[in-house]
Ligand binder design. Sequence first.
Ligand code: ATP
Ligand code: MG
Length: 301
Amino acid sequence: MSDQAKDQANKLRDMVRKRETAAIAAKERPSSAARVVTITSGKGGVGKSNLALNLGIQLRKLDMRVAVIDADLGLANIEVLAGVIPKYNFGDVVNSKLSLEQALTEGPMGIKFLSGGAGLTTLARLTDKQVMAVIGSLRMLDDMSDIILIDTGAGISKNVLSFISASSETLLVLTPEPTSMADAYAVVKSMKRETEPMPALKIIVNQVSCEAEGEEIFDKLNKVAEQFLGLQLQSLGSVPQDPCLGRAVKRQEPLCLSYPNSEAAKSIRKLALKLLNMDPEKSGMAAFLRRLSSGLGIRPV
Ligand SMILES: Nc1ncnc2c1ncn2[C@@H]1O[C@H](COP(=O)(O)OP(=O)(O)OP(=O)(O)O)[C@@H](O)[C@H]1O
Ligand SMILES: [Mg+2]
């Protein structure tokens, strides 16, 4: 080979190596966009708020930066369960009294809490410009979090559907009670009808007597969804009925901190691990806000 040909071959090899290194770096570079995960249910009282809080704790233990938004407009539950007293809520951001950063409360293990308060209902009554300014401020959460968990009220109100359709993933919680199963199916049906594209839907069966019961309940729901809606659901797993949870609620301490070795805490850790493996693609607060604003019938951010 001539010197000139060798020179060209070396240059080519160098170029390929540089491209490969750049491709690997791009793949491994952490994206600043957080995953936005909405937690919902058909029937009330199935364990959503406890799951949101404790999933948050387990994700923190896995070194994820977590923010929890309490979007249950009726009851500010999470703060009670976590034993924190937030001074402010999202309403203060909506009224331009505070920045989002000031409205956040630091919870156990450094979880960031945002209490929805009246702010989220007021959102619909603001002008487009005000709404854009307010929800634009939520973008800050993208930089401070890897995962944003949104705890909603039960049922399929317009508000809850807005959150569901704006998120990239929805965790639907149900229990082995037949009414809970019927109500969960109603949520799946509404999601199919009202959301486009439909966010990834993952099922959690709470308060099971054993893992096999959780699998059985999931299979039943999945079969009906497949038969009548043509949908294939994904299971995130189940959490057993555990007396430690009631005790933790009374102590106003998250179960995964007060009883870290309880069966329920161990199962929630499995859910957290599965959540991280299942969908590593982060879709981001910006995407969430775009979908939320279009759901509210206003121009995209
Ligand atoms: N795995 C479990 N084991 C034992 N008890 C549980 C479990 N999960 C939930 N509970 C009980 O159910 C109660 C309601 O839980 P939680 O407040 O989390 O439900 P929710 O779905 O958020 O309710 P709501 O629809 O009112 O917001 C808890 O206080 C606890 O007593
Ligand atoms: Mg709740």
